[in-house]
Design a protein around this ligand. Structure first.
Ligand code: PEP
Ligand code: MG
Length: 563
């Protein structure tokens, strides 16, 4: 019988859960006894056939996916299984005489190394590549594909990492919690779990080892706490936390505002028209970030102006007269586009991404702006705002705003995601109508830490005083020019950080729709002066840890129930 063990990771989807453990079937790996390849053509055909089967089974799962995002992730993995470069790599291995399962592993490893080198979004897709490898290997060895076991009772899923293909099709009625040993706060698993509303913790080091024979497991996906073999009082304590959370959330409705009535718009981050339809049903005030690149990724050619107009019109309609902040194409680096490839770069995150790519491919931006203007004409009651990603200079701001205004777009702004834009925000805001802080990238560039690296989580937390100082500078520019500053990075969805952001001068927060209630409740518990005091405490703290602790000390005690 396993002893009770408490482990901590990163909480990525709030809520508590407990139940029997369901371990995700591990992959079987290379067949150590396989024969070397003597007939590369025949073995090559066999592998291609298996990859086709894997792709077909992923496509079938995509059809049953429970959201557009899940569907897109599964379809992308299905397409990757038939990637010609991958197949070529495997055939090359077979020609060397390598046995089939080893050929698959070696070729995938070489491909994964290329993806890692590209960094960002491509590096995240290494998980998808390994998923394909493991499914193909299992089929080649004649054993069942690895993955989630068939569940009969509500259970907590435990895995080293969970492939998107697995996460996307989980049934929240049967999977009540997710715990993974690996994975990062911005991994597919984390994003999809939050979208499905399943409490989840990632980077829980030692969980797979601690689990041996454990009958049950409990977790708090808000703080990232995991209890292996919990006792009755653990389960009762988690249930109590859940009750307290529900009580703290009770009555959280209506417009966002501090206790003394300072208005803070609460908005949703969306990526598709389907997301817009769902988010518009929530009690929130619009969308503060529509990541339009989701319309472009995994396509061989850009969508036409007509197709884009149709999608944007749907999004604007979904929100009626509420605000929708559309971000123009943020491609390159972590989100490469096959039809706008500017060539290989040594450091893609520092390369021609975001607005820089739009400047190299003006045609893509112009089509997008044209489509946005047409959509606005179709839904004139919409409060349409448009902004550019990855802006660093006044010239870039001027270039973008002039272009967008020439298309008749009424409110044109920029994202503040670089330290350069943060410390020069008043100059930028002399030109732009508003700014929205992308804390994910602003953290990455302030701290020189790749945002996709789970291991760098401590540098990437928005509680880093250096990052907070950047946000303060941005807000000072907003104050000096009378322009509004929002936050649309992940930081905005953290109820405690939201208070600091408001104290710094932010007037809108955009986040995953499921996080709005907790942020609204946190705001209602505090007045603006307390938020300002919190902001000073946080920026003046010597370390990120102290910044958070100092703020928590002066927060209303009920706030802890919201975390
Ligand atoms: C950000 O960088 O914080 C942001 C909102 O943009 P994305 O996460 O899409 O890069
Ligand atoms: Mg960004």
């Amino acid at each position: 019988m396993t002893d009770r063990t408490v482990l901590y990771g990163i909480g990525v989807s709030a809520g508590t859960a407990s139940g029997p453990v369901a371990v995700v079937t591990p992959a079987v790996g290379i067949d150590e006894h396989e024969q070397p390849c003597t007939d590369p053509d025949a073995d090559g055909e066999r592998v291609v056939a298996v990859l086709e089967e894997v792709s077909a089974s992923l496509t079938a799962r995509a059809e049953h996916a429970n959201s557009e995002t899940s569907k897109a992730v599964l379809e992308a993995t299905a397409a990757l299984a038939k990637d010609r470069g991958l197949v070529r790599g495997i055939k090359k291995e077979l020609k060397k005489g390598t046995g089939v399962t080893k050929a698959v592993h070696d070729a995938v490893e070489a491909y994964a190394a290329k993806f890692r080198k590209l960094g960002g979004y491509m590096a995240e897709r290494v998980t998808d590549l390994y998923d394909i490898r493991d499914r193909a290997t299992a089929r080649l060895r004649g054993v069942p594909e690895p993955g989630v076991p068939a569940l009969e009772v509500p259970s907590v899923l435990v895995a080293n990492d969970l492939a998107p293909a697995e996460t996307a099709t989980l049934d929240p009625a049967l999977v009540v919690g997710i715990v993974t040993e690996a994975g990062g706060a911005t991994s597919h698993t984390a994003i999809l779990a939050a979208q499905l509303g399943i409490p989840a913790a990632v980077q829980v080091k030692g969980i797979t080892e601690a689990l041996v024979d454990a009958p049950a497991i409990a977790l708090d996906g808000g703080v990232g706490e995991v209890i292996v073999a919990p006792n009755e009082s653990d389960v009762a304590e988690l249930e109590e936390r859940s009750r307290r959370r529900a009580a703290a959330l009770a009555g959280s409705s209506g417009e966002g505002a501090t206790r003394d009535g300072y208005r803070v718009k609460l908005l949703a981050n969306i990526g598709t028209a389907d997301d817009a339809a769902k988010a518009s049903g929530y009690d929130l005030e619009g969308s503060g970030l529509f990541r339009t690149e989701f319309l472009f990724l995994d396509r061989d050619s850009a969508p036409s102006v007509e197709e884009q107009t149709e999608t944007y019109t749907k999004v604007l309609r979904a929100f009626g007269d509420r605000r929708v902040v559309v971000r123009t194409l943020d491609a390159g680096a972590d989100k490469p586009l096959s039809f706008a490839d500017l060539g290989e770069e040594e450091n893609p995150a520092l390369g021609r991404r975001g607005l820089r790519l739009s400047m190299a491919r003006e045609d893509l931006l112009d089509d997008q702006l044209k489509a946005l203007a047409a959509a606005h004409k179709a839904v004139p009651e919409a409060e349409l705002w448009v902004m550019a990603p990855m802006v660093a200079t006044v010239e870039e701001t001027r270039w973008f705003t002039e272009r967008a205004r020439a298309h008749g777009l009424p409110k044109v702004g920029v994202m503040v995601e670089t330290p350069a834009a943060a410390i020069r925000s008043s100059h930028i805001l002399d030109i732009a109508d508003f700014a929205s802080i992308g804390t994910n990238d602003l953290s990455q560039y302030t701290m020189a830490a790749d945002r996709m690296q789970g291991e760098l989580a401590e540098l990437l937390t928005p509680w880093q005083p250096a990052t907070l100082a950047m946000i303060r500078e941005t807000c000072r520019g907003g104050e000096a020019t009378g322009k509004s500053i929002g936050v649309c990075g992940e930081a905005g969805g953290d109820p405690l950080m939201a208070l600091v952001l408001v104290g710094l001068g932010v007037s809108s927060l955009s986040m995953a729709p499921g996080k709005v209630n907790a942020v609204r409740a946190a705001l209602r518990l505090h007045d603006r002066d307390t938020c300002r005091q919190m902001a000073n405490f946080a920026v003046d703290a010597p370390t990120a840890k102290e910044a958070r602790e100092n703020v928590l000390k002066i927060a209303d005690p009920v706030l802890r129930d919201l975390l």
